[in-house]
Design a binder for this molecule. Structure first.
Ligand SMILES: CCC/C=C/C(=O)SCCNC(=O)CCNC(=O)[C@H](O)C(C)(C)COP(=O)([O-])OP(=O)([O-])OC[C@H]1O[C@@H](n2cnc3c(N)ncnc32)[C@H](O)[C@@H]1OP(=O)([O-])[O-]
Ligand SMILES: NC(=O)C1=CN([C@@H]2O[C@H](COP(=O)(O)OP(=O)(O)OC[C@H]3O[C@@H](n4cnc5c(N)ncnc54)[C@H](OP(=O)(O)O)[C@@H]3O)[C@@H](O)[C@H]2O)C=CC1
Length: 278
């Protein structure tokens, strides 16, 4: 689909690049010639993913264990990266969510979602942007959001709030940092099967999520990775402040949570008891 070497010479950090959609994007970036850095909290998983990627391509992959909820850790990761060479592209992909009745959310539970999804994305963006501006270096920030930024979403309210805030950041910085050579763009994926999404959103057993999709299927990882590759590339150099939806048209039909309105209190009690750790 793309010219070989579309991303040659680009140094890209994907947060949460050790699993799911982050790893899928990372693989595509590598295949298109980029140098890849992936970060996350679980060092073992990062290393396992990176070694698969190295076997699949001859590209350079670096892993960094970093909890993006911690601003000092984000700064130290960026310092380490910049000592070698500036990044060209940041992909804010790491996030957390779970389904819950909002009246049962403790403040700590709400913060557990906001901290990586909103604060983490903001820390990474500020830390990269500051360095790009100081070094007079062009940059691109791609944030992976959600169609909840358009529809809202019952039962994942902190996630919908955090993703909407990062969309506001994307639009605001497009204007503030555009003149400084930094583009900010976003993708709103619909349902893409990943272990994280299935575990946290209980996707299996919620078949009507699929049935409601106008195209009758979930997204392919390669479809998201292709869109991301285009948006971060110089070919998309005039796209700034935009969010592109990739959901088969699902959000035009439903916010994606209506089936949960039918759950009984017993089902919700079971959900609280059997919660999945990310
Ligand atoms: C919208 C669609 C688009 C988005 C899709 C995706 O993002 S897909 C990607 C999805 N991928 C991921 O999400 C991957 C990343 N996920 C993660 O890092 C973790 O799963 C976590 C941070 C979400 C929860 O971590 P953890 O369990 O270790 O948390 P902790 O022990 O630090 O507790 C903090 C507080 O949270 C509370 N609490 C926790 N769970 C639940 C629950 N189900 N129910 C209610 N509450 C819950 C817990 O009780 C505590 O509050 P308390 O009792 O002290 O008042
Ligand atoms: N799959 C889907 O259907 C949809 C996904 N999305 C979005 O796509 C993105 C990827 O999700 P997906 O691949 O499905 O799920 P995953 O659970 O695989 O991805 C989450 C990633 O974020 C990392 N992460 C979580 N917390 C932190 C933290 N504090 N510091 C650093 N890294 C962290 C995790 O790594 P680790 O645990 O090692 O820290 C993990 O690699 C997310 O932004 C999600 O909201 C949006 C809509 C739908």
């Amino acid at each position: 689909m793309f010219e070989t070497g579309l991303l040659r010479g680009k140094r890209i950090l994907v947060t949460g690049g050790g699993s799911g959609l982050g790893a899928a994007m990372g693989r595509r970036f590598l295949a298109l010639g980029a140098e890849l850095v992936i970060c996350g909290r679980k060092r073992d998983r990062l290393e396992a993913t990176a070694s698969e990627m190295r076997q699949e391509t001859s590209g350079k992959v670096t892993t960094i264990a970093c909890d993006i909820r911690d601003g000092a850790a984000v700064d130290s990761m960026m310092d380490g990266l910049w000592r070698e060479a500036p990044l060209d592209i940041l992909v804010n992909n790491a996030a957390a969510t779970f389904i819950a009745q909002s009246e049962h959310l403790s403040f700590r539970a709400a913060d557990a979602i906001l901290a990586p999804t909103l604060h983490g994305a903001m820390y990474c963006t500020l830390a990269a942007g500051r360095r790009w501006i100081e070094g007079n270096h062009n940059g691109v920030v791609l944030s992976i959001l959600s169609t909840s930024t358009i529809t809202g979403r019952a039962f994942t309210v902190p996630s919908a709030m955090a993703k909407s805030a990062v969309l506001a950041m994307t639009k605001s910085l497009a204007v503030e940092w555009g003149p400084k050579g930094i583009r900010t763009v976003a993708i709103a994926p619909g349902p893409f099967p990943t272990a994280g999404a299935s575990g946290q959103l209980r996707l299996e057993g919620r078949d009507d999520t699929l049935m409601r999709n106008p195209l009758g299927r979930t997204g392919e990882h390669s479809e998201l990775a292709d869109l991301a590759s285009f948006l971060v590339s110089d070919r998309a150099g005039y796209i700034n402040g935009e969010m592109v939806v990739i959901d088969g048209g699902a959000h035009l039909r439903s916010s994606g949570a209506e089936d949960l309105l039918q759950w009984t209190e017993t089902q919700w009690a079971d959900q609280r008891a059997a919660r999945s750790k990310g």
